[in-house]
Design a binder for this molecule. Structure first.
Ligand SMILES: [Zn+2]
Length: 223
């Protein structure tokens, strides 16, 4: 038997080796990575190094897959909250291809896996948004001195859920000029100003562009 040099990467930790195995497997979209595929597709180490460390290539694969299984699963709630965030940042109902980084933390594919279909994910979302939110809004408020005259029943700033409800009702257009808005240019304006006792409710919120939001200040516009 020929003498073989010992593991060159002796200082590399087990988790680094397994991590690289997973990286290459994910890149190729497979769970059944062969040693040859690993070597040919940018593995940082050699399959021999990995096999030597764990006893065999298959044991290494098993260990890597095991930790894949242990990866935290994304819950439906997290997916719905993410959709809430995406809806608000683009100002409209997201389509499949909107669900990508950096706007979305999760791919549309994850919604398909969790809800059965992209459309079903959206349906679950609409139900979630339209479910009762009053509890969440009615948290006691610390009232600023200047606002002491009004005892608000709601928080000053709308929750993400309420924002989506306003967007669902009005679309992402300024109520005054009709400009189509996205991201930071979407302002959720109190029709009756907060400082004049207006509450943070669906009925009292409207979408305004930056210009109209600034111009409005504390003035009241007719509904
Ligand atoms: Zn406007």
């Amino acid at each position: 038997m020929k003498y073989r040099l010992k593991d060159f990467h002796r200082n590399i930790s087990d988790s680094d080796l397994l991590g690289d195995l997973k990286t290459v497997a994910e890149k190729l979209g497979t769970n059944k990575l062969s040693s040859r595929e690993y070597n040919d597709n940018g593995g940082k180490y050699t399959s021999g190094t990995i096999a030597a460390r764990f006893g065999s290539w298959n044991i290494a694969l098993e260990m890597a897959e095991l930790s894949l299984v242990h990866q935290r699963e994304v819950s439906k709630e997290e997916l719905l909250e993410n959709l809430e965030h995406v809806w608000i940042s683009i100002g409209r109902q997201p389509v499949f291809r909107d669900m990508r980084s950096p706007i979305s933390k999760y791919s549309a594919h994850q919604y398909v896996v969790k809800f059965g279909a992209w459309r079903k994910g959206l349906e679950a979302f609409v139900e979630y948004i339209n479910s009762d939110y009053t509890k969440e809004e009615n948290v006691p408020v610390t009232i600023l001195k200047t606002e002491e005259a009004f005892k608000h029943k709601t928080r000053r700033f709308p929750s993400e859920r309420l924002k989506v409800q306003v967007l669902m009702r009005d679309g992402n257009k300024c109520r005054l000029c009709g400009a189509t808005l996205i991201g930071d240019s979407i302002n959720f304006d109190h029709i009756t100003p907060w400082s004049k006792g207006g509450e943070t409710t669906l009925e009292n919120l409207q979408i305004l562009c930056n210009n109209h939001n600034l111009a409005k200040g504390n003035l009241e516009y007719p509904k």
